[in-house]
Write a protein that binds this ligand. Sequence first.
Ligand code: URP
Ligand code: ZN
Ligand code: ZN
Length: 456
Amino acid sequence: MDLIIKNGTVITAKDTFKADIGVRDGKIEVITRSLDQMEAKQIIDATGNYVLPGALDAHTHLEMPFGGTVSSDSYEAGTRAAACGGTTTVFDFVIQGKGQGLVEAVEGRRALCEPQACVDYSFHTAITDLTPAVLKEFKQAVDYGINSFKVFMVYKKEGLMVDDGVMVRAMIRAKEVGARVSVHAENPDVIDMNIENFLKEGKTHAWYHYLSRPEYAEAEADKRAIHWAKSFNVPLYIVHLACKEGMDEVTRARQEGYDVIAETCPQYLYFTNEVYKREDGRNFVCSPPIKGPESQNALWDGIKRGDISIVATDHCPFQSYEKDWGKDDFTKIPNGCMGVENMYPYMLSEANRGRISFNKAVEVCSTNVAQLFGCAPQKGTIAPGSDADLVIYDPEKTYVISKDNMHSDVDYTIWEGVELKGYPVMTFSRGKLVYDNGNFVGEKGWGEFVKRTPLT
Ligand code: URP
Ligand code: ZN
Ligand code: ZN
């Protein structure tokens, strides 16, 4: 064997059991009660620790041009941080340029990512120019390994928004080719009206970012997207769901038997809209904004019920000097927060504190992502034949998040001072140790493209 992990408690989305794991050529070869008689190049004693599948972050924006700048984690920095937080695959968003083909757009980003990636990666495409040729090309994109197409219901001035006709056409075509459309759901016109009024009144603090796009601005768009998904009986994935009304609508649609899936993010589960009143409130500016406690509770309840299927980060950080552009005008703050290194440790800490089970944390951060986006059982579980993407987790470790113990390139973290119960101590990517007790020990260029299969 290349690697044996002994004496750990293995936790998957379904089971918890004591076992030894043998790894050869990057794959899990055997899981058994004892591998004491077996030799290996590397043997790790995981006594007292848990062994989990690596997380898959279904939502990142690495070195993405946005908000008048470029998000500040490169593919190298973002995937390095991912490894150090137990995330072994990231799904990054490729924004289609006007007039550009989808596969062409993905290949451009893939060329940028490949020499830098420290963990494995896949892409979603974001559609901005849905010509008949692009609709036809959905099939080629699926054959290439991309089975998810995103549309923005906002960001009109930024040139990213699509109308409902485009959204519905994309949804119908996606279903035909074994793919799924995801939506960023907020109502652009009401948000623009609110912004105009606040600016006229001289209301420019980050708190007005929240007030310009509060619960109702997201809820209407969540409901509209679900309305179209139901009307045409097509699959839908709502990214970064953050409000109670949207959560209720997702739950209703699922109870009625529709293929509506929702993702939320750790920032919506830990913080509330109160953060926007803080002096550094601009650092928390993301869209949709973090909502009030009622919404936060609804999201946690949704996770427990199974109506939130995925927790992902929407990792899209900007340096503090860039966030400072909006010190006196919230509309100038580049939108996005960090989280790629925090998601799995935070969700596991909540499990360790008893809010959810460890199996549930594994399910929403890892297994469901692989299953719903076509890369299971290669990813997202601990089973013979699966990639040896493994995290060793010490449930007794206390960890206080600080900019100084993070591994991205950003000069602050919104998670500063947050105390976690338990923390990953080692991460393996296809059997290779990439994180070891506080240190990144992997290498750039190690990460591989994950070709996903069509959805059924
Ligand atoms: O504020 C955010 N979420 N920035 C990243 C782009 C997006 O909307 O997902
Ligand atoms: Zn978004
Ligand atoms: Zn996003």
